[in-house]
Design a protein around this ligand. Structure first.
Ligand code: B3K
Ligand code: ZN
Length: 886
């Protein structure tokens, strides 16, 4: 397979001003007639260039130019292109192609999901629908006519406005849609199905009324309210915070069951995975509700950051994704709890994105090359990309950032832009030089900062020295990397609270009235910052709010960490200090585990938790966050060599001891939050209460408190929402106390009986079992793969069972016998043929082999090599496996 490089970018030789599609759907073949108004690109140098169109998996039935058939001898077909050698400077190209959506299991292009037809074109799926210039810098005005059986497919949708519809012979009907906004082909969408709809309207800031429609299968009509409310909130928020008004008169969302990712921002016709649009309290957890809100907003925000201003080429993917993730994160922070949202995002980033940055697929936010672009819809492009935008926001301040974003949209509306364009707008609006900052886009890896401090009592001067470096990544060694421009937000904590910050050589920051916050700008490999007028030696609170995606090391004592935990005024930093303390304790426990010694949990942690549990003035969301020990995935990420058993058993031991020591407080917390007959709400407070209650329950059961199993069972039976129900189920399933297995068995069976007709609930049932840490995990998963509830062609099922097991159940997946690796390799080989994108994505846990002991390394590599030896590997899988083995 061929590698594509950013440095080889050339503007297209041809443009397509108009695209007319006529799609006839029948059970056997789908016939696509495309009429394209093509002209040579005046900007291209090669005036004789042949027309080379992308196309895949289609049968070409007919080609004509300006009404004259193009003879066989005048064009060349390859498996991926149609080349017409001599063409005029401007012409109408008509092609007729046949495709078979019902056989398309890749879920890319036009395919069938249950009873409907739908499309997914980003990044390069449109070329499976018709021959085209399938690249994001070719923008065209689309008109689409869909013809299908009226009884089977009463609803026919495409982008833009409905301009015509009518009946045809033989029970067929048609609908024609016109999208007045020029767009690249990846934003094209088409849907045909027997769908129900909920409708609403939104009145924009300039008083236009927009029709909002969510299309779902009839059985799901009762689960659309939350998505609709989220959409309206997002539309209002984008007007208020970014000055962005919606442009078309109609905005549609369609929910489909078989979908490779969360959702897709097709112009005016977003297509969603059912898991990211459907929600109601009985079937959906709080996390599920938040995901729906976030994804609905994300796709909506793309209408400006993605559709109105799109990407010049796929290397610029983070231009739309990083920016849009930043936008949706700020939206969610405004809708719920800002601290909780930040902690969740940071956890994800420093667990999974940092792992990606340290692995064989590490790449800069703007990758310099790829074999298969689908492999680069990554945590780095999305989440780290969002952190890079957040850093610009931090450096410029909210006001200048908004001016920069206005300038960006104004300059590039209707265009395909680059990351340089975005940065230039930010620079021009703010007058700041971001040239060094752009290294965040071109250098991969997670920078490390080491901090050292000193204090001189006599002068009251406190000095902080920060040193930065960045480890080797596939494209560059640590020596080759240039220093990053890093905003380091800090506080200085004294005995009675946060101290005023006087940084030598600068004006005080007026952002906070008491001057207790400061953003240091680290630009050199090593830099010393001096602070004056300090009456006491402060504890430095570094990287407040996680102001940069880096690993920052400072040698805190445990007492200093508890001081930050209890006294700092930044919620994120309090949580982070608590995590650091818990990591230190678990590391002690791991040490003891390895040497076969008993370990007694540091009372500092137990007492800190006790204080938190007893303090009724604390925000319950904060309490819930702090009580969660660092995950095994995070402990693995920060380890040099992952000691699977030590991490798992030491962490479990610490949890158990904490549960026993704090039983009274946990029980009190649980009881005080249980049985209140409040109506269900998704407010930040209500979510925090449920979260805290279920954490308490989980500790109590893990600590084998005498009444705990009964409490779990009671909660399972009386739950009125899925958060409480699935939490209780998971707790039972994971309990190793003697009475638990029988109870868990029964509970799982009852749960399935009750929910078997709700696919999304059944998926949570699969996850609960895939995540069970008790022995024999692989056997349980293999058995479930035979269950009627499993279907390897459905990505949600694959993620719920195979994905959850291989990513979240380390003690079972990484069993020393290597059976987990062989199992995953088998699944990848099957998926490679069915759905390459999903296959490549599921590979991730195997790519991390370098982090494990020698024996596991050998077993993991063996599994990877077995995959590599398969004939007919997709580009997707080939790229990930071959790069992993390098
Ligand atoms: N832009 C899509 C992702 C498409 C992935 C294609 N393999 C969803 C999103 O980020 O909003
Ligand atoms: Zn996106």
């Amino acid at each position: 397979p061929k590698t594509i490089y950013l440095k080889d970018y050339r503007s297209p030789d041809f443009l397509i001003d108009k695209t007319d599609l006529h799609v006839v759907l029948t059970d056997d073949v789908t016939c696509v007639t495309a009429t394209l108004q093509v002209r040579r690109n005046p900007a291209t140098e090669n005036k004789q260039a042949p027309l080379v169109l992308n196309g895949q998996d289609m049968i070409l039935k007919d080609v004509s130019i300006d009404g004259c058939p193009v003879q066989n001898s005048q064009y060349v077909l390859s498996p991926e292109t149609l080349t017409i050698n001599e063409v005029p400077d401007a012409f109408a190209l008509k092609t007729v192609c046949e495709i078979k959506p019902q056989e398309n299991t890749s879920l890319e292009g036009l395919y069938r999901s249950r009873t409907m037809y739908c499309t997914q074109c980003e990044a390069e799926g449109f070329r499976k629908i018709t021959y085209y210039l399938d690249r994001p810098d070719v923008l065209s005005e689309f008109t689409t006519t869909i013809v299908a059986d009226k009884a089977q497919f009463p609803v026919l949708l495409s982008n833009g406005n409905l301009i015509d519809k009518g009946e045809l012979d033989n029970g067929q009907h048609f609908a024609s849609w016109h999208d007045p906004f020029k767009k690249p082909a990846y934003l094209f969408a088409l849907v045909a199905g027997d769908l129900s709809v909920i409708e609403d309207t939104f009145v924009t800031c300039s008083n236009r009324t927009i029709d909002l429609k969510i299309f779902v299968e009839e059985k799901d009509l009762d689960k659309c309210d939350h998505a609709m409310a989220s959409l309206k909130n997002a539309m209002r928020w984008d007007e208020e915070v970014y000055g962005r008004e919606y442009d078309l008169d109609i905005f549609m969302i369609v929910a489909v069951d078989d979908f490779n990712m969360g959702a897709m921002e097709n112009k005016g016709l977003n297509i969603f995975n059912t898991s990211c649009v459907l929600a109601k309290p009985e079937t959906t957890t709080d996390m599920g509700f938040q995901r729906v809100e976030g994804v609905v907003a994300h796709e909506y925000f793309h209408n400006w950051s993605g559709n109105r201003v799109t990407c010049r080429d796929w290397f610029q993917l983070s231009l739309k994704e990083g920016f849009t993730v930043f936008r949706d994160a700020e939206f969610s922070a405004d809708m719920g709890s800002r601290t909780v949202k930040r902690v969740e995002d940071v956890s994800l980033l420093r667990t999974l994105q940092f792992a990606e940055d340290a692995g064989p697929m590490a790449h800069p936010v703007r990758p310099p090359s790829f074999i298969e672009i689908s492999n680069f819809y990554t945590l780095t492009v999305y989440e780290k990309g969002a952190e890079v935008v957040r850093m610009i926001h931090t450096l410029l301040g909210a006001e200048k950032f908004r001016q920069g974003s206005d300038l960006y949209f104004e300059r590039h509306d209707g265009e395909a832009a680059t990351i340089e364009n975005f940065v230039a707008a930010m620079e021009d609006a703010s007058g700041r030089d971001l040239s060094q900052f752009t290294r965040w886009y071109s250098q991969a890896g997670t920078p490390r900062i080491t901090a050292k401090d000193s204090y001189d009592e006599a002068s009251g001067i406190y000095q902080l020295t920060l040193t930065q470096s960045c480890p080797d990544t596939p494209e560059a060694t640590t020596e080759e990397k240039q220093p990053f421009h890093i905003p380091v937000a800090i506080g200085l904590l004294g005995d009675a609270g946060n101290l005023a910050i006087h940084l030598q050589g600068t004006e005080p920051d007026h952002d906070t009235p008491d001057n207790t916050h400061k953003v240091l700008e680290l630009t050199q490999a090593e830099q010393t910052f001096s602070f004056e007028k300090l009456p006491e030696r402060p504890i430095p609170v570094l990287l407040r709010g996680f102001s940069a995606p880096v690993k920052l090391e400072f040698d805190y004592s445990r007492e200093q960490l508890t001081a930050i935990m209890s006294r700092d005024d930044d919620g994120y930093s309090r949580w982070d200090a608590c995590q650091k303390l818990a990591v230190a304790v678990i590391h002690d426990a791991m040490q003891a585990y390895r040497s076969g010694q008993p370990y007694i949990v540091d009372t500092l942690l137990a007492e800190a938790y006790r204080t938190i549990l007893n303090d009724s003035s604390l925000d319950q969301a904060m309490v819930a966050l702090m009580l969660q020990l660092p995950s095994e995935a995070y402990l693995s990420e920060i380890a040099d060599v992952v000691d699977v058993e030590a991490i798992h058993f030491a962490r479990q031991d610490v949890r158990k001891q904490l549960a026993v020591a704090l039983e009274a407080e946990l029980l009190h917390t649980y009881n005080s939050l249980t049985g209140k007959d409040k109506p269900f709400s998704t407010s930040a407070e209500a979510v925090a209460e449920r979260s805290l209650k279920n954490i308490a329950l989980s500790y109590l059961v893990h600590g084998e408190a005498s009444s705990a199993l009964a409490l779990a069972q009671q909660q399972l039976q009386s739950a009125t929402n899925m958060t409480d129900e699935i939490s209780a189920l998971s707790v039972l399933v994971n309990s190793d106390s003697e009475a638990a297995p029988a109870m868990a068995q029964q509970a799982l069976a009852d749960f399935f009986t009750r929910w078997q007709h709700e696919a999304l609930v059944v998926n949570q049932w699969l996850v609960a079992q895939a995540n069970c840490v008790l022995p024999e995990g692989l056997e349980r998963v293999k058995t479930l793969m035979q269950h009627e509830a499993f279907d390897i062609k459905n990505p949600n099922k694959v993620r719920s069972l195979i994905g959850a097991f291989c990513n979240n159940n380390a003690i079972n997946f990484h069993h020393a016998d290597g059976a987990g690796y062989e199992f995953l390799a088998d699944q990848i080989i099957t998926l490679n043929e069915l759905n390459p994108q999903i296959a490549a994505r599921q590979l991730t846990p195997l790519t991390k082999w370098r982090k494990y002991d020698e024996s596991r390394q050998a077993l993991m590599c063996k599994a990877l090599e077995r995959i590599l030896a398969e004939p007919a590997l997709s580009k997707d899988v080939y790229e990930v496996v071959s790069k992993s083995l390098k």
